[in-house]
Design a protein around this ligand. Structure first.
Ligand SMILES: [Zn+2]
Length: 1006
């Protein structure tokens, strides 16, 4: 579980440290099968723990096993856990167990992107298997006790087995978990010991042995290719993988951050599988740094306030037994030093918020080889596997012993969640529909798929005390028909509130410790982002209101309308509304299909409807029948069929509706469809920078957006060999965030500049944007580089704000007032002193939108001219100090330039995710398409220290700068972040799909 935001070098080291080496199937099999004798001079490659060492100790000493149950040793050809098993081997081990043990059943719950089966094994007594459906129905009744009689509840708590969900190696290169899953399953399936039979009377064990097969296979393939003949005990030898390693799935997503969003098929399949079992125990087995020991729970502070109250006590109890099991074997371990309980998107958090006891393991990183530790001792791979297997058996033993108490607690938790007098029992999240239909559907779909109860109004519903998450409260709210309601009072209350609450606050003691570490050590204790509200990150109209729920309970959403509407022989054009995200996906597919299309720079009316700016226009005159030119690969049947059929195909693929119109003439005073308010687009030919030093996860997020969401073909350019490419073949180059980008980008700065000037659209995100700003590719700058000019940038921000709200002083204009102020310079137009960074001078901090993150150490609240004694008079030293307090991931208010093509689909304000210490500043002629709000209105959700607020206030978040025939687009964050920031992803999509036509000039063929 590599930290999210350590320093680049530490981040790289952490990524490398999680790597492995291994044995692979073909060689292992060959070594034992009837292969031709090898040339004696050929030295075989070595994998796993060396053979010839003393026979490994059994994983579960003193146990005996039914020889009729196929041992994994037989499948693997050597003692299990002494080398890494391939995913196919793991599957085969489980298939054999299921075939030969009446205690085991194997179920497939999904497929990875690369098509590998995702399976879970159910292991319990044959008697329980025979009535598993009834057992699970009982557990479902405890989880949702509405209508459950006291007698029934007593019967279930008294008799029912409890279930455990044990998941392994969700990070594909944290390897020992998968092999431990095999060992544990065999023990449970084949042991003839009385205690195992007893355990399986009390517990239904569900094992998800390989949560990330694509990641595991990726790293195993790499390590296999770089293995040698000579064993190496050096922990650095674990770095035998290469970019992008094995942590993520196919699109390099960290699936241990995907549980709340379910953007990846592995997560969604697991959502469905886990819900069937209502686990009381939820284990997630990882690895950490190679020279570490072993970590398990209780977990560290801060704690999410919506986690079950009893969770800490249960983690103590499970942890005590796990510790005793380690003590008995003389193994080293620790608890509580890190792995906090704050964010709801981790595996174990998701389990805990569903009513289980979530537990995380972190075994010291393994290579599949033996490894020499700092003490001089050697730790074999099998020992690492052993730790994981013993941990799980210890947890299962606790669960079996505490079965009744845990079930009773699960019931009490569920009853409290649905109690009419419970906290917030009359509260409901209201999603008002229509602003962003695609995102609204996605959120509702995510909630339903996680088991959350969602209602939809069928009539107007009156609610009151409605907060919008942006600092505004309405006394009364009319929810129109079609509004979605998510009541707090439901069995999954904890999951609902932890996920949807706009702004959950970290407790004061945790804040104090965090502040102390930042001030004294310059390090943060925070493990990940501090804000995640899907309502904010999707720019949705969600309210937290009081009132009764009414309408229909949803089970699933109907398919969205997509395709043509109103098409006829008289159609002169087709139009797709630009507010919804489906429009940009339509544009991408239509361009790939060779259609000529235009994007509107103003709203307009046609076909009896209103269309937002950014709407798309396909004119029949531009696209005569059979005239497809330059059709791209992504369009599929692009060039086939009539123009209408091609428009329809693109619309269906994008989930958009294309409205036909029979006249180009505006029905009002808006733009006609043949005029200059419609800008012709150019087919994007997209290159995505890849390989070191690009960050694999961020690369993956952007790749996913381009490929899965937009349906664009993407070429990966290797950052290490950038000069080898003819960049003229691309008109969009995307530079994701990375580790140390400056050497690569500075070496090729001239080439990049020339390419941009020739018409390229360069899109750089996160620290790549800051790096290019530091290299002065354009005129956007890093704050730390212009400390002497902050007044000027603040002034530019004020000018921009003024332009948002034009007020004419007619008296001054016509010279009719003596008192009319002269136009004035800086002194008159703004107060640069206040703007330049002393946000504390703003008096309205108690306003509705004011940040709550003020703290006592910020003692500069007085308006006197006395210098702040805590402020370093040296600007650079002060800047360095303030950088310490950079946000780890907070949601801030952005102000949108609604006249720029790149902000299609956005209205006046946009919540944006911000992390890291770099701050970008921009002024004309750069267009700041999204600028962060002034200090007093900046923070929306998450932790933002006053120092960070001062630095980020009025900063640039998304900029577009023309350079020659091309443009530079800089985004201060990763807009594709984990597919959890759809509002950002939209801006990125706009940049890529609209950029080449709307913001750059492409040569016109002749
Ligand atoms: Zn991990």
């Amino acid at each position: 579980m590599t930290r999210l935001h350590p320093a680049p070098a530490a981040r790289l080291a952490a990524a490398l440290a999680a790597l492995v080496s291994c044995l692979f199937l073909t060689t292992a099999t060959c070594a034992r099968a009837a292969c031709p004798p090898q040339d004696a001079a050929l030295r075989p490659l070595v994998f796993g723990d060396p053979e010839g060492r003393a026979a490994p100790p059994p994983f579960f000493a003193g146990s005996s096993y039914d020889p009729g149950v196929t041992s994994p040793d037989t499948v693997l050809g050597q003692p299990q856990g002494s080398r890494l098993a391939r995913h196919a081997e793991i599957l085969e081990c489980f298939r054999q167990l299921a075939a030969t043990s009446p205690r085991v059943r194997l179920l497939e719950h999904g497929r990875s992107f690369e098509g590998r089966p995702l399976v879970h094994a159910v292991i319990t007594s044959p008697a329980h298997h025979a009535r598993l459906d009834a057992i699970l129905a009982d557990l479902a009744a405890l989880a949702d006790p509405r209508g459950l009689s006291e007698a029934e509840a007593e019967r279930i708590v008294g008799q029912s087995p409890a279930t455990a969900w044990l998941g392994y190696s969700i990070h594909g290169d944290e390897l020992s978990g998968c092999d431990a899953a095999v060992a544990l399953a065999h023990h449970l399936a084949a042991s003839t010991d009385a205690d195992v039979a007893e355990l399986l009377e009390a517990v239904v064990v569900v094992i998800d042995p390989c949560m990330n097969p694509d990641g595991r296979e990726r790293i195993l393939g790499m390590v296999e290719q770089s293995s040698g003949h000579v064993p190496n005990l050096d922990y650095d030898s674990m770095q035998r993988g290469r970019w992008p390693w094995g942590r993520g799935n196919h699109y390099l997503f960290d699936m241990n951050r995907d549980w709340m969003t379910g953007s990846q098929p592995e997560t969604r399949a697991r959502w469905q599988a886990v819900q069937r079992y209502h686990p009381a125990l939820f284990v997630d087995a990882h690895e950490m740094g190679a020279l570490d020991t072993y970590l398990f729970y209780p977990q560290a502070a801060p704690h999410n306030p919506y986690l079950p109250e009893r969770l800490g006590a249960w983690q103590q109890r499970f942890g005590a037994d796990q510790a005793a099991a380690f003590d008995a074997r003389g193994w080293v371990y620790y608890t509580r030093e890190w792995a906090d309980a704050w964010a709801p998107f981790y595996s174990d958090a998701w389990g805990s918020l569903g009513g289980a006891v979530g537990i995380l393991y972190e075994q010291a990183g393994t290579s599949g080889f033996p490894l020499r530790l700092a003490s001089g001792q050697v730790r074999t791979y099998r020992e690492a596997v052993h730790h994981q297997a013993v941990s799980s058996l210890a947890n299962l033993t606790t669960l079996a012993r505490e079965r009744g108490a845990l079930l009773a607690d699960q019931l009490a938790h569920a009853r409290a969640a649905i109690a009419p007098q419970g906290p917030d029992a009359d509260r409901v999240f209201v999603l008002l529909p229509g602003r962003q239909p695609t995102r609204e559907r996605a959120l509702v779909d995510d909630l339903l798929a996680q088991g959350v109860e969602v209602w939809r109004t069928t009539a107007h519903l009156a609610l009151h005390e409605a907060d919008d998450g942006r600092g505004t409260r309405a006394d009364a709210l009319d929810a129109p028909p079609g509004s979605y309601l998510v009541p707090a009072r439901q069995p999954l209350r904890a999951r609902v509130l932890s996920m949807l609450s706009f702004d959950i606050r970290i407790d004061e003691e945790s804040l104090r410790k965090e502040r102390l570490d930042l001030e004294t050590k310059g390090t943060s204790r925070l493990y990940d982002v501090t804000a995640w509200s899907p309502a904010l990150l999707g720019d949705l109209d969600v309210r937290w209101a009081r009132g009764e729920v009414a309408g229909e309970r949803l089970t699933a959403l109907e398919p969205a309308a997509a395709g043509l509407e109103g098409d006829s022989a008289d159609t002169v054009a087709w139009l797709v509304d630009g507010m919804d995200d489906a429009s940009v996906a339509f544009a991408a597919r239509a361009l790939e299909a060779g259609l000529v299309l235009h994007v509107a720079d103003e709203p307009f009316r046609s076909a009896g409807r209103s269309f937002a700016r950014g709407s798309l226009l396909v004119r029949r005159a531009d696209n005569p029948e059979g005239a497809a030119v330059g059709a791209g690969a992504g369009g599929g049947s692009s060039a086939a069929g009539t123009t209408a059929a091609r428009v329809a195909a693109a619309a269906r693929a994008a989930g958009a509706v294309a409205y036909a119109t029979t006249s180009a003439r505006s029905p009002d005073d808006g733009p006609d469809l043949g005029g200059g308010h419609f800008v012709q687009l150019a087919r994007p030919r997209v290159a995505l920078l890849s390989n070191m030093p690009v960050a694999p996860d961020a690369f993956g997020h952007l790749w996913y957006q381009l490929d899965q969401v937009l349906g664009l073909p993407v070429s990966f350019l290797d950052a290490q060999t950038l000069p080898a490419y003819d960049l003229r073949r691309f008109n969009v180059l995307v530079v994701p965030p990375g580790f140390e980008l400056e050497p690569v980008l500075s070496a090729h700065l001239d080439a990049l500049r020339n390419w941009v000037q020739g018409g390229g659209t360069l899109v750089a995100c996160g620290n790549a944007a800051a790096t290019l700003a530091g290299l002065e590719l354009g005129s956007v700058v890093r704050r730390g580089d212009v400390l002497e000019e902050l007044d000027g940038y603040a002034f530019a921000a004020r000018r921009e704000a003024q332009a948002r709200d034009i007020e004419l002083d007619l008296a001054a204009l016509w010279g009719e007032s003596e008192a009319a102020a002269p136009p004035g310079g800086a002194d008159g137009a703004a107060s640069p002193d206040a703007a330049a960074g002393d946000d504390d001078g703003d008096a309205d901090e108690d306003g509705a939108a004011a940040s709550a993150s003020d703290d006592d150490s910020d003692d500069s609240d007085d308006d006197s001219d006395e210098p702040d004694p805590t402020r370093d008079p040296d600007a650079e030293r002060q800047e360095q100090w303030m950088r310490r307090f950079a946000p780890a991931g907070a949601i801030l208010r952005g102000l949108v330039d609604e006249r720029h093509w790149i902000t299609a689909g956005c209205t006046g304000e946009l919540p944006v995710l911000v992390d890291g210490a770099e701050v970008l500043l921009a002024r004309a002629p750069v267009r700041t398409a999204v600028r962060l709000a002034p200090a007093d209105a900046l923070r929306l959700s998450g932790l933002l220290w006053p120092e960070a607020r001062e630095r980020l206030a009025d900063a640039a978040w998304l900029t577009v700068e023309s350079l020659g025939r091309g443009q530079i687009i800089l985004c201060a964050s990763n807009p594709g972040f984990r597919a959890q920031f759809p509002a950002g992803a939209r801006l990125f999509s706009n940049a890529v799909v609209y950029g080449p036509g709307a913001g750059a000039q492409q040569p016109i063929g002749w």
